[in-house]
Design a protein around this ligand. Structure first.
Ligand code: GLN
Length: 454
């Protein structure tokens, strides 16, 4: 009875779109057999993980939480998931997410929103968002349904949900994890990464997920460092930059206080604190919300009712009408909004005014970071401007939703490694996250700073 109640409770969270216990059991059996045969243990031998439903999994439905991919069963495995299976992990199921990873609350999923296992302690009992887009991953880990999961991060989708539910998550340097077999949102920004209960588990997962892949033209041809072995919370000799432009107008006092606490922890761990300036920070969000939809509008052109998933074929419809009917029925509102914005900013009349400008801003933001690295080794900021909000609270207001990404998108635009780690609880007893941003390829520095905070 207790077991059944626990299962029912877990289902309320709606974290999984598909459950695949047989996959996880097979990995556990393989781990047992290897142990019995005296073979060396694999790094993730028998570990049951969750897989964000953005990664193509051979023989298991892959939807990106969109009706347009309902019933799509890939005949191939994404590089990242294959690497995890090669490391011995097994899959408990495919995790819910914002549709095509577009969103910050998991409310754009065609399979219903995910609920956070957290509740406010002040009596307000509205269900909370686990954040997004990797909301299923966040909720499943926070509820202890799985010890770790994959996430993807285009503008904060690993870091913000990790912050909202009090777990850790790292987006590595762009190119560390192969994008092959991952449903594309904005290809120049999309990056896979792990989410887990602590920094060490993130390091173990990231090692398994990373590595050169000739099938992804932007994959980095570099060896994967031994991040777990290199973990150390000692910050002696490290200069931690505090970007003054992240002190945005209207920042809640609790977020300020969290940041201050993080600064003290860094000092205690031996770091030197320096104030830095990233002058173009306030242009990051608008630039992101031009570049990401532009790339999305191009990437999502492939969902035409011919090659994947759903097809709507009204009586007597010609090809053009079939496309239109399929896309009208298959895509959710937020996805349509992004396609419209994307095609608009790429259109002949507006390309220079929007897309070209946004690309220039992107370069300026990357240069801001390069300048900062002259005086510091890592940056410390809050992960999000608030704790988890109630489901429905921002749903009607896309701009308020986009503002949630204000601290996470700059590192995405610059392709830098960035991590969120739990920093404590706010007055309502909800988790808050601190973000560490590192130089290109310095995942080790980021993980170590995360460990110092944890
Ligand atoms: N919330 C951001 C968006 O909606 C980021 C999403 C992501 O990182 N996948 O685009």
């Amino acid at each position: 009875e207790a077991f059944n109640a626990a299962v029912a409770g877990a289902k309320v969270l709606n974290a999984f779109i598909v459950e695949t216990p047989e996959h996880a059991l097979a990995a556990a059996d393989a781990a047992d057999a290897a142990r019995a045969a005296g073979e060396a243990s694999k790094p993730l031998a028998g570990v049951p993980i969750g897989m964000k439903d953005l990664f193509a999994t051979k023989g298991v439905q892959t939807t990106a939480a969109s009706h347009i991919l309902e019933g799509f069963t890939p005949t191939y495995e994404s590089t990242v998931s294959q690497k995890l299976w090669d490391a011995g992990a097994g899959m408990l199921g495919k995790l819910n997410l914002d549709q095509f990873a577009m969103g910050s609350s998991n409310e754009t999923s065609a399979f219903g929103n995910v609920i956070s296992p957290w509740r406010r302690k002040d009596g307000a009992n509205a269900a909370l968002t686990p954040g997004g887009s990797s909301g299923g991953s966040a909720s499943a880990i926070a509820a202890r349904l799985c010890p770790a999961a994959t996430g993807t991060d285009t503008g904060g989708s690993i870091r913000q949900p990790a912050a909202f539910v009090g777990i850790s998550g790292i987006k590595p340097t762009y190119g560390r994890c192969s994008r092959w077999g991952t449903v594309a949102f904005a290809s120049s920004l999309d990056q896979a990464g792990p989410m887990a209960r602590d920094v060490r588990d993130c390091a173990i997962m990231l090692e398994a997920m990373s590595g050169f892949d000739p099938k992804d033209a932007t994959s980095l041809d570099l060896p994967v460092p031994a991040w777990e072995a290199g973990l150390s919370p000692d910050m002696k000799g490290k200069r931690i930059g505090i970007p003054k432009e992240y002190r945005v107008d209207g920042m809640p006092a609790e977020i300020e206080a969290l940041w201050q606490k993080g600064i003290e922890w860094m000092r205690d761990a031996g770091a030197e604190i320096v104030e830095v300036s990233l002058p173009h920070t306030r242009y990051a969000l608008p630039a992101y919300y031009i570049v990401a939809p532009a790339e999305a509008s191009s990437n999502l052109a492939r969902y035409d009712g011919v090659r994947f998933g759903q097809r709507e074929l009204p009586d007597g419809a010609n090809l053009q009408e079939m496309y239109a009917a399929t896309r009208a029925a298959g895509f959710g509102d937020e996805v349509k909004r992004r396609i419209l914005i994307g095609t608009y900013v790429l259109s002949a009349g507006f390309y220079d005014a929007y897309y070209t400008q946004a690309q220039k801003v992107r370069t300026l933001i990357a240069q801001d970071f390069e300048k900062a690295w002259e005086v510091c080794d890592l940056l410390l900021t809050p992960t999000a401007p608030s704790a988890a909000f109630a489901l429905g609270e921002k749903q009607a207001d896309p701009l308020a939703m986009y503002l949630n990404d204000v601290f996470t998108v700059p590192a995405s635009l610059a392709g830098l490694p960035a991590m969120s780690v739990p920093g404590g609880l706010d007055g309502a007893g909800l988790p808050l996250g601190l973000q560490v941003i590192g130089k290109p390829l310095d995942e080790q520095g980021v993980l170590n700073a995360g460990l110092a905070i944890e």
